[in-house]
Design a protein around this ligand. Structure first.
Ligand SMILES: [Fe+2]
Length: 309
């Protein structure tokens, strides 16, 4: 449930290397539905439990990684407030006209964070053709969920420099709050988990010298059983596993991490505590981060810390 005027991360555009092979992963294994293609050949996808036009766009490129992500806000008034607040914060704001590079989406305002990531906000988006039922609804519509049965885009973790400023932008401009942080022994921010809703995170940042990197994109599953079923499909399809199934103490999510065929890390995730803006902030020390990330083993793994796209 949204707790403020920024509703949720509603769209992410990713770069991929082999469009056909990667698309087959997103559709057949992850279980997203293809919505259509843009004139320049990008592919639009959505989860079966999402109402809006699309939530994931894949773009063929020479390197895998993150192009941009966009947050849906509750009204035109909020959209204009965010534009003014972003400018007052010191960021340049550009305007993307409706129905241009992202079909179905209304006007978007975009800004580049100091971490090197482009974030956008929008308020209008066309409904998806295939959307969840609303009249005496079944659990799903005509087409049953496939593969890992991901319900929707959940969150993403970005790596880049200056995350304290990025955190401040999310709270001061987008009106989000910060349920959890990790600080270095000298008190600098190493990681921050940020939300605009009851979810423990809508996005997160880790301090990293290189700008514009993404660690993973998280998709939401129903429960622990679906995390196990996702692991079965990772084995069956010979996907490269990073870690899991395991449990985070941070966010308390039940999780599994692996790589899609282009090398972007994917998380399928269930659960997580209920976040409220008036709850005290949870604070992690660097030397407890292993237990925070992987509660059962309590140990960090090199691949998880070092591989980003
Ligand atoms: Fe995650």
């Amino acid at each position: 449930m949204a707790l403020n005027k920024t509703l949720r991360p509603g769209l992410i555009q990713l770069r991929v290397l082999d469009l056909d092979k990667t698309l087959s992963f997103y559709k057949d294994i992850l279980g997203l539905n293809e919505v259509g293609r843009t004139a320049d050949g990008r592919v639009m996808l959505k989860g079966y439990d999402e109402f809006d036009h699309h939530s994931v766009t894949l773009r063929l490129a020479d390197s895998a990684g993150f192009d941009s992500a966009a947050f849906k806000v509750d009204s035109h008034e909020t959209l204009e407030q965010i534009r003014s607040a972003a400018q007052a914060f010191g960021y340049a704001v550009d305007e993307v006209p409706p129905n241009t590079d992202q079909p179905g989406f209304g006007k978007r305002y975009g800004f580049k964070l100091c971490t090197g990531h482009r974030l956008e906000v929008y308020c209008d988006v066309e409904p998806a053709r295939q959307r969840p039922m609303i009249k005496n609804p079944d659990l799903w519509g005509d087409e049953p969920p496939r593969g890992m049965r991901v319900q929707r885009l959940d969150h993403f973790l970005l790596f880049g420099p200056g995350i304290s400023e990025a955190e401040r932008f999310c709270t001061e401009v987008l009106g989000m709050f910060v349920p959890e942080i990790c600080n270095t022994p000298d008190g600098k921010r190493l990681a921050t988990w940020i939300t605009s809703s009851n979810k423990p995170h809508d996005l997160a940042f880790v301090e990293y010298p290189e700008p514009g990197k993404i660690h993973h994109i998280g998709f939401f599953l129903q429960d622990w059983n679906d995390v196990g079923a996702a692991a079965d499909l990772i084995g069956k399809n010979r996907l490269k596993l990073d870690i899991g199934p395991t449990r985070h103490a941070i966010t308390r999510g039940m999780t599994i991490y692996f790589w899609e065929p282009s090398g972007n890390r994917i998380e399928t995730y269930a659960g997580g505590y209920t976040a409220y803006p008036d709850n005290p902030q949870r604070v992690w020390d660097t030397d407890s981060l292993g237990r925070g990330l992987f509660y059962y083993s309590g140990e960090l793994i090199d691949s998880f810390l070092q591989i980003v796209t």
